[in-house]
Ligand binder design. Structure first.
Ligand SMILES: Nc1ncnc2c1ncn2[C@@H]1O[C@H](COP(=O)(O)OP(=O)(O)O)[C@@H](O)[C@H]1O
Ligand SMILES: [Mg+2]
Length: 241
C-alpha cells in the first residue's frame, strides 16, 4: 500500500501540491485524475522521489520513503515511467529494453554487456505487450503508439510490485488504448499495485478501483469511480477546467 499523507510541494511561489492525502491499496488500480496543471505529475514525481517534498509523509507499506534517495525507492520495488526520456534512438527496441535494469537505465551496459537474464526479461515483456515483431527496429523508427508501449515495457523490466504510470495512454489510438488498459488490468491480476496519472477521466473509469481527483494542487474527491464521477465539485472542475 502507498500512503500519501498531507503532502505539499512548492516551486518558488507556486503550490503545485497542496496538503494532499490518499492511499493506494495493495493489488489495486488507483487513478489520479484532474485538469492540466492540477499537480498530478508533481505528486507522481514526489512519490518516486524525483522531487523532495516540502511537507508531509509518503509511505510504502509501513516504510517511510519520502526521506529515502530515489534509487533506494526503486530497489523497494517501485517502478515508474519516464516517457522515453531514457532511450537511445539508434538502438533497437530489444536493446533499449535490456538497458532498463532493476538499478535503473544504465547505458554503460552497452559496453559492459547486458546479462542473459535482462535479455530474457526483455523478450518476456515484448511478448506481454505483443511487440515482438518490432524487436529489431531502432527506436527512432517507432510510431508514437509503439513508443508508449515501450515506455510501459521499460517500467516492467525491473519487475516492480508498485507501478507508477504518468499518462501511459495519452494520445494513442483507440485500439492501442484498449491494449494498454487491458495490459494494466492483467498486471493488477498478477498482484501489482498500480497508480495511474491521467488527464482524461473517462479513460480510467472502467479499470480503476479507486479514483483520486486533484484540482489546483489539492485532492478534491476520492473513492470508487462511480461515486467520483457524479461528484458535483469534480464535474465542475472538469467543465470549467
Ligand atoms: N519543475 C517545475 N518548476 C516550476 N513549476 C512547476 C514544475 N513542475 C510543475 N510546475 C507547476 O506546478 C503545477 C502543477 O503541474 P503538474 O504537476 O505538471 O500538473 P499536471 O500533471 O496535473 O498537469 C503547475 O502550475 C505547473 O506549472
Ligand atoms: Mg502531468
Amino acid at each position: 500500500m502507498i500512503t500519501i499523507k498531507n503532502v505539499t510541494k512548492r516551486f518558488g511561489g507556486i503550490i503545485a501540491v497542496n496538503d494532499s492525502s490518499f492511499k493506494v491499496e495493495e493489488s489495486s488500480i488507483c487513478s489520479l485524475i484532474g485538469p492540466n496543471g492540477a499537480g498530478k505529475s508533481t505528486l507522481f514525481n514526489c512519490i518516486s522521489r524525483v522531487y523532495p517534498i516540502d511537507e508531509g509523509e509518503i509511505y510504502l507499506g509501513d516504510k517511510r520513503i519520502d526521506t529515502m534517495p530515489a534509487h533506494k525507492i526503486a530497489t523497494l520495488g517501485v517502478g515508474r515511467s519516464f516517457q522515453l526520456t531514457r532511450v537511445l534512438d539508434e538502438l533497437s527496441v530489444t536493446e533499449n529494453l535490456s538497458l532498463h535494469t532493476a538499478a535503473g537505465f544504465d547505458f554503460h551496459l552497452l559496453r559492459a554487456g547486458v546479462t542473459k537474464s535482462d535479455k530474457e526479461r526483455a523478450e518476456q515483456i515484448m511478448e506481454f505487450l505483443n511487440i515482438t515483431h518490432i524487436r529489431d527496429l531502432p527506436m527512432k523508427e517507432l510510431s508514437y503508439g509503439q513508443k508508449k508501449l515501450l515506455d510501459l515495457g521499460s517500467v516492467l523490466m525491473s519487475d516492480p510490485s508498485v507501478i507508477l504510470l504518468d499518462e501511459p495512454a495519452a494520445g494513442v489510438n483507440p485500439r492501442l488504448l484498449e491494449t494498454i488498459l487491458d495490459r494494466i488490468l492483467v498486471l493488477k491480476k498478477q498482484g501489482k499495485t498500480i497508480l495511474l496519472v491521467e488527464h482524461n477521466m473517462e479513460l480510467v473509469m472502467g479499470i480503476s478501483d479507486k479514483v483520486v481527483v486533484m484540482a489546483a494542487g489539492a485532492v478534491i474527491a476520492s473513492g470508487p469511480p462511480k461515486e467520483v464521477q457524479n461528484n458535483k465539485e469534480v464535474l465542475e472542475v472538469y467543465l470549467t477546467g
